[in-house]
Structures are given as structure tokens and as C-alpha cells.
Design a protein around this ligand. Structure first.
Ligand SMILES: [Zn+2]
Ligand SMILES: [Zn+2]
Length: 141
């Protein structure tokens, strides 16, 4: 089973349709230092999709950086708004790693693993235990 999902960057200049398989090769949260820096937050929520399963409109700008495995990871950003939409690597030629936060329907993304937890920000693995607000945080009057 698979389903077609849509997604876009923050400004909407880059859009895509993607086929999401029920059991993606990888769907997880990466806590490596590179993911912390390029997302500007604690981890990257992403999933692997076959290049042949995604149709992208709009141009991405790529920034390449050598990984700890010695391959070059190229991260693709919308040149207008800076959102990271996907990554590609020589290490997995058939796939893109799609940034799950760009999906229109968050339910289609079902992460199953945390990786590089040795680099995790201490708060990141405990995020579910923090106080929760459905909307913005209500301030004390
Ligand atoms: Zn954009
Ligand atoms: Zn990472």
C-alpha cells in the first residue's frame, strides 16, 4: 500500500507530489550535528523516497557537505524562502531524503527510529514530556 502526498516549502515556490510507501526504507528523526545545524533546530524529521516516486516543481538550490561516512550530502533549499525540502547523496543514488515538515498532511509521516542519538540535544529525546499547549503558549498575566 502506498499513498500520494503533497508538500511545499514555506513560500510555495517549490511544490511536490510524492508516493509514500507504507514501509519506507527510512523514516526517522536524525539528531546528528549536521542536521541540527542545517535545520537550525534539534533534529531532522525525514523519510527516504524513490527519486522516481516524486514530482517536483520549482528549483532547489543545493549545498553539499562531506558526511562522517565520507560521502557528500547535498541539501536542497528553496532559494527564495530557505526551507529545506530534500537531500540527496551519492551514498543512496536512487533516493531522496524528504524533509517531513514540508508535507501538507503530517499523518502520512510515521517515523520509526531516532538516529545519531549520541549527538542529541538533551531536551530533544524528552520533548514529549514537556508541557503542551494546543496553540501559542499562554502567558502569565
Ligand atoms: Zn520557498
Ligand atoms: Zn543527520
Amino acid at each position: 500500500m502506498s499513498e500520494i502526498a503533497k508538500g511545499k516549502c514555506l513560500c510555495g515556490r517549490v511544490k511536490y507530489n510524492v508516493k509514500i510507501n507504507e514501509e519506507p526504507v527510512y523514516a526517522g528523526l536524525c539528531h546528528c550535528k549536521d542536521c541540527q545545524r542545517y535545520t537550525g533546530t534539534a533534529f531532522a524529521s525525514s523519510l527516504m523516497v524513490l527519486k522516481t516516486d516524486i514530482e517536483i516543481s520549482g528549483d532547489l538550490k543545493f549545498y553539499g557537505k562531506v558526511t562522517d561516512r565520507g560521502t557528500i550530502m547535498k541539501r536542497g533549499f528553496c532559494p527564495n524562502c530557505g526551507s529545506n525540502v530534500l537531500c540527496k547523496s551519492e551514498g543512496w543514488k536512487k533516493f531522496y531524503v524528504l524533509s517531513a515538515g514540508t508535507l501538507d498532511e503530517p499523518e502520512v509521516y510515521k517515523p520509526s527510529v531516532n538516529i545519531y542519538t549520541r549527538n542529541a540535544q538533551p531536551h530533544a529525546l524528552a520533548a514529549g514530556d514537556l508541557r503542551q499547549f494546543e496553540g501559542p503558549m499562554e502567558r502569565q498575566k
